[in-house]
Design a protein around this ligand. Structure first.
Ligand code: HEC
Ligand code: HEC
Length: 302
């Protein structure tokens, strides 16, 4: 009984932590290689890139996914998945994307965000993109990956030019007054911003994410993301969020202690308070033009 339960736990842990690598590394047709329903997995029938082993996706789903991607992901991951103006990684080279089938590995990242220790850029959770929408985005991402000529080669079609300071500063100032001035002021907290962050791309990355991506020289952001964890025992623990994913939430309490909790679905209850949430919300609101206009305006705050 005891051994059985240990084995079950071990199996569960393996599924949790190892599913990703097992899925990709088991040779096709090996025992335990769960059928995925994908075409072309038989021995000898493998094209060189795993992303190209997929059968073509459903065009309607791809089109819907593209629209959702443009609004919610493109600014960071780029029109062609190779990384965008505001600094998300190249998804064509992402192991997670390669191993994802129908959004099951992408969904937790979109829901919880991603913050790899040692990686200065953080992906905030995108709670507005859920269920079927993630499925559609995943289908679009796999479609682009499967039509890319190979890792590292340029995508088909005209190259995407990252041109940062192309905006209209006056239009940006109007946008700033309407959408940003409730929290910021050009003569107050943001005065001298462009002298502090002279590189336009870093400037854009910083304002879009709400700081904390390298713009603020070495010091930590003054308003960190905090979390409150309530285990079933009822003892609430509050602190600065260190990391959160489907399996663990870790925080540092006010007295400097590091606490972490295993997560099982909704237990323990985790509430996250991100002072920069307005920035995440705005990201799905402004257009590329508005983004470039705001950057052009902020570049004048010397
Ligand atoms: C604010 C910019 C931003 C937005 C918007 C954004 N991402 Fe990300 N994304 C990132 C960053 C930064 C990382 C790397 C985080 C890390 O590893 O710590 C990342 C990582 C990922 C990864 C994991 C890549 C890997 O192999 O580690 C996936 C998948 C992903 N994003 C998908 C999406 C999808 C889908 C959307 C839209 C629904 C989206 N992202 C929106 C910035 C963003
Ligand atoms: C609801 C409040 C709110 C709104 C609206 C808002 N921000 Fe922010 N912003 C924040 C918070 C909170 C931070 C993090 C400040 C910190 O860590 O001290 C931040 C950080 C920033 C930073 C980084 C500051 C630095 O010194 O590194 C910039 C730049 C910025 N915001 C620009 C903007 C722009 C441009 C807009 C409008 C398009 C905007 N913000 C809208 C709350 C807001």
């Amino acid at each position: 009984m005891r051994l059985a339960s240990i084995l079950t736990t071990a199996a569960a842990l393996l599924t949790a932590c190892g599913a990703i690598s097992l899925q990709a590394q088991a040779p096709a047709g090996a025992p335990g290689d769960a059928p995925t329903g994908r075409a072309g997995r038989g021995p000898g029938a493998r094209p060189p890139f795993p992303a190209q082993q997929r059968p073509p996706g459903d065009p309607a789903l791809i089109a819907r996914g593209k629209a959702i991607y443009e609004i919610n992901c493109r600014a960071c991951h780029g029109a062609d998945l190779r990384g965008g103006d505001v600094g998300g990684p190249n998804l064509l080279r992402s192991d997670i994307v390669l191993k994802d089938d129908k959004g099951e590995l992408i969904e937790p990242i979109v829901r919880n965000g991603k913050s790899t220790p040692g990686v200065s850029l953080v992906m905030a959770p995108l709670p507005q993109v859920t269920g079927d929408d993630v499925r559609a985005v995943a289908e679009f991402i796999h479609h682009v990956a499967s039509t890319a000529p190979g890792q590292g080669a340029p995508p088909p079609g005209p190259p995407v030019v990252l041109n940062i300071l192309v905006g209209d500063a006056a239009a940006g100032q109007a946008y700033f007054s309407a959408k940003c001035s409730s929290c910021h002021s050009a003569t107050g907290d943001l005065s001298g911003l462009a002298s502090r962050i002279p590189d336009p791309k870093t400037l854009q990355t910083t304002w879009v994410a709400g700081g904390g991506v390298g713009g603020r020289t070495s010091s930590a952001p003054s308003k960190p993301v905090t979390a409150t964890v309530t285990p079933p025992s009822g003892e609430r623990v509050q602190g600065t969020l260190v990391r959160v994913d489907d399996f663990i939430v870790a925080l540092t309490t006010a007295d400097g202690q590091r606490r972490s909790f295993a997560r099982h679905g909704a237990t323990p209850r985790v509430e996250i308070n991100d002072p920069r949430a307005a920035h995440t919300d705005l990201m799905s609101v402004y257009t590329d033009k508005e983004m470039h206009d705001v950057t052009a305006y902020l570049a004048t705050l010397k």
